[in-house]
Design a protein around this ligand. Sequence first.
Ligand code: FNR
Length: 379
Amino acid sequence: FSLYQTMPNPDPERLPVVYEEWEKRAREVLEDGPFYYVAGGAGGESTMQANLQAFNRWKIVPRMLREVDDRDLTVELFGDTYDSPLMHAPIGVQSIIHPDGELASARASAEMGVPYITSSASTKPMEEIAKAMGDAPKWFQLYWNKDQDVTASFVKRAEASGYSAIVVTLDTPMMAWREYDLKNVYLPFLIGEGVGNYFTDPAFCSKLSKSPKVDPASAIMHWAKTFGNPGLTWDDIAFLRKHTRLPILLKGILHPDDAKLALDHGVDGVIVSNHGGRQVDGALGALEALPQVCDVIQDRIPVLMDSGIRRGADVIKALALGAKAVLVGRPCMYGLAAAGERGVKEVLQNMMADMDITMALAGERSVSGLDKSVLRESK
Ligand code: FNR
């Protein structure tokens, strides 16, 4: 309620509360290239729209007189207890959004007790990000490199620097058709920036004839050639299992048959996601895919979700449909653009407060107790 208390005397430096105003601030401070890299999607952006529309199809049906004064936002995943069901989605190349880049986002997440998922395509090495977070919860997101030595090395480094889970993003074996990035000729610049983990990797550097410091252009060429691995199959999951003792989550699952394959291949969790509508144009909204995936998984492993989470009610709906936790993407990046670490913290804090208040007003006391009974599907 501190927000309400400051209202009669607004601070001119106060950051936005309204989601759309965060996006507007980001638009004001960013050039076209970085802004559309964040705000844009694949093709005609119909998947991006579907992500948002999917939330409107479900309505919360609030219950009354349910003793909601004492609430519990905590969730348990892989034996760890987290303060809330919010996570910071893996996002690459953040130094184009703010000079502090991933370090600002990671610190803000740590302050809020929100697990930060470090992207393979970070501008800073994963060790530096981990160090900035101290003991706060952190996971590592893997882009599976064509060179298996690099893939194995990333996983080993993540374990050594204190990450507690590996999120393998499956929906990006190559960059999608992103019209704004092509129009703004932004891709080459992105590739040059998102190499923080690669240029510091011993396996990656051992394949170059000269170190990235001496010959960055050749190193970037090698990165571009080996990034993404469209030849992967389900059998490759065993390779990863052999190289890590950490829980493995597959990000980008939308089809119930893939959920079944994930179970068959012994992974520890799945993340229902369409990459924020940035990969397949014309795909179904992530929230639409969630119930069917949960039906297949039947609580045997945790199902997480992202793509379209903008406000507290969205979190409540995703959890009620079976997600254990949700990842927040673009809202954090608009916060980062507008006000660096302070902006990301404010975005996360607001979303947490909104989620807590909405849950209470819906008549629910704990996030782990949310289920479909709080929702109705509007036809
Ligand atoms: C992403 N996303 C992403 N995912 C991933 O696994 N590795 C990555 O490096 C990135 N990079 C990235 C950059 C930017 C600018 C965005 C917006 C997104 C996808 C991200 O993790 C998440 O799936 C989406 O952001 C969720 O959708 P919303 O919340 O942004 O709509």
